[in-house]
Design a binder for this molecule. Structure first.
Ligand code: SF4
Ligand code: FES
Length: 246
């Protein structure tokens, strides 16, 4: 395949940035999207140009680092996958593909397609954990009965990889799907009950302080989420928040 790429280039946080056109040739449909980006960068480096900066690490849908907005969709046109799992067979010879960073005020651009998502880490630090005694007398996990239903829902919520696609997709730049997944994974388990009230209050407070918008139930986040995190988690977080506030 021969493709035209329209890529957001931005030298640094203060640079205005602009879309720049590139051509790539002989792209195999079996390549992943990031391998196609590697081909582009090898060509740029060979010519003495600056390669396009983009985030990636595991390249197998686990780490949440890859964060490209492709043709107007977070993680591209496929469903239930990350950018690194997207394959070029989703595109046709001659296509023009636009590639932008995940955009949100709370995700400032560092360079090109790389954004600063440490706001998510600060939300996690505000309550996305349980405090347990690990000094040798920890209770065996199997000694605490948990219903299969709740265990499954908690595992589903824990699948969130913190990529930020939900924020980039939302017209309000809301982080509610991410935060609700982190709140839910603990709220559904007995181990999470002890700090439940503080957790939800502190995580929501931090989410607001970071400048994320509110949820207006459009559901775009659920559609674009690579881990198909359910909107039901937002409803659960709202219930947890109300309970904690009262
Ligand atoms: S909820 Fe989905 S889209 Fe949002 S951070 Fe988690 S995995 Fe990514
Ligand atoms: S590079 Fe790790 S999820 Fe894509």
């Amino acid at each position: 395949m021969n493709l035209t790429l329209k890529i957001w280039r931005q030298d640094g946080p203060q640079d205005k940035g602009q879309m720049v056109d590139y051509k790539v040739t002989d792209i195999s449909e079996h390549m992943s999207f990031l391998e196609m980006m590697d081909v582009l960068n090898e060509g740029l480096v060979a010519k003495g140009d600056n390669p396009v900066a983009f985030d990636h690490d595991c390249r197998e849908g686990i780490c949440g680092m890859c964060s490209l907005h492709i043709n107007g969709e977070s993680h591209g046109p496929d469903r239930g996958i990350t950018t690194c799992q997207l394959h070029m067979r989703m595109f046709k010879d001659g296509d023009t593909i636009t590639i932008e960073p995940f955009r949100a005020n709370a995700f400032p651009v560092i360079k090109d397609l790389v954004v600063d998502r440490t706001s998510f880490e600060r939300i996690q630090q505000a309550g996305g954990y349980i405090s347990v005694n690990t000094s040798g007398n920890t209770q065996d996990a199997n000694a605490i009965p948990i219903s299969k239903h709740n265990a499954d829902l908690s595992m589903d919520a824990a699948a969130c990889i913190g990529c930020g696609a939900c924020v980039a997709t939302c017209k309000n730049s809301s982080a509610m799907l991410f935060v609700s997944a982190k709140v839910s994974q603990f709220a559904l388990l007995p181990q999470g009950k002890v700090e439940a009230a503080d957790r939800v209050l502190n995580m929501v407070k931090q989410m607001d302080e970071e400048g994320f918008g509110n949820c207006t139930n459009t559901g775009a986040c659920e559609v674009e989420c690579p881990k198909e995190i359910s909107l039901e988690n937002i409803a659960r977080m709202n219930r947890e928040f109300l309970k904690a506030s009262i």
